[in-house]
Each structure stands twice: as C-alpha cells, then as structure tokens.
Design a protein around this ligand. Structure first.
Ligand SMILES: CC(C)(COP(=O)(O)OP(=O)(O)OC[C@H]1O[C@@H](n2cnc3c(N)ncnc32)[C@H](O)[C@@H]1OP(=O)(O)O)[C@@H](O)C(=O)NCCC(=O)NCCS
Length: 129
C-alpha cells in the first residue's frame, strides 16, 4: 500500500471516490453542497490536507484533515477491516487530533487511541492527545 498527499489537480477524482464510499451515509456537508472543482479550490485555499492510500494503482482510502481535525475519512468497502483506515490515519496525522464521527465509527476511533469527549444525537466528538 502506498500513502501520499493528493495534489489540487487530483482532488476532483478523489472526491468522486469519497462520494461513492459515503453513498449510503450523508458524508461531510462540504462534499454534498458544492461542485468538485469548488471543493478542490476551497480545500487548497484554506490549507486542508488530502491524503490517500493506493493499492495496485487504485485509490482505496482517503482522509481530509486540517489543523489536527479530521473532516472525512473513508475506505472502499472491499478494503475495510484489514488495517487500511488505521494505517492511513497514523501516517497522515502526527500529534493531537479530533473528529466528529457517527456512532458506528466509534469503535474504529477507540481502537486508534481516541477517547470520547462528547456524545450528541447527531455525532460523537472524539479526541486523541
Ligand atoms: C470506519 C472506516 C474508516 C474504518 O476503516 P478500516 O480500514 O475498515 O478500519 P481498520 O481495518 O483500520 O480497523 C478495523 C476496525 O474498524 C472498525 N470497522 C471495520 N469495518 C467497519 C465498518 N464497515 N464500519 C465501521 N467500522 C468498521 C472495527 O472497529 C474494526 O475493528 P475490528 O477489526 O477489531 O473489528 C471504514 O470502515 C469506512 O470507511 N467506513 C465508511 C465511512 C465512514 O463511516 N467513515 C468515518 C467518518 S468519521
């Protein structure tokens, strides 16, 4: 598996992949509300980092983060449960980190050293020091 930062030119294709990953869930609002080109522009302008994992040349997972906050993390369904999400996270994020995640994803973040900070009906806020 190869993990690297995604360039501005590559972001629209990466967003297409992320949208497919979130097909049955809503995904982060900024992915739903703008065109892919608008999102690429905003991500680069505002200093977000987009990091993906590749296997046999295909993109299998992506994380979008900024200032130690995770805005999106998704692994293609056929690649789940074999450490891809955990490896991507540990490569992309060094140091303290936080995320607002869905209830279903809490076990994944607990496994990766996060603790629960706050639970709301919509999401769980988790933090890693
Ligand atoms: C949550 C997610 C990123 C985990 O990535 P992954 O590569 O499957 O995870 P890893 O293999 O590194 O870690 C395995 C742990 O993740 C959790 N996990 C595995 N598959 C999962 C799934 N389909 N949904 C939620 N959590 C899952 C389990 O706790 C698992 O631990 P276990 O093997 O002891 O049961 C991935 O399942 C995913 O993309 N889900 C859909 C999108 C999503 O919900 N993203 C999170 C937004 S905050």
């Amino acid at each position: 598996m190869n993990i690297r930062v995604i360039t501005k030119q590559e972001i629209p294709a990466t967003l297409t992949n992320l949208k497919k990953i979130f097909k049955d869930q809503q995904g982060p609002p900024f992915i739903r509300e703008h065109t892919k080109e608008e999102i690429a522009e905003k991500l680069v302008r505002d200093g977000y980092k987009v990091v993906s994992a590749f296997e046999n040349g295909g993109e299998i997972a992506t994380v979008i983060l900024k200032d130690g906050k995770i805005y999106a993390l998704g692994v293609k369904d056929y690649a789940r449960g074999r450490g891809v999400g955990s490896t991507l996270l540990s490569e992309a994020v060094k140091g303290p980190c936080s995320v607002n995640c869905l209830k279903e994803t809490v076990p994944f973040y607990l496994k990766n050293g996060f603790v629960i900070e706050e639970e709301t009906p919509a999401y769980t806020r988790m933090k890693k020091r």
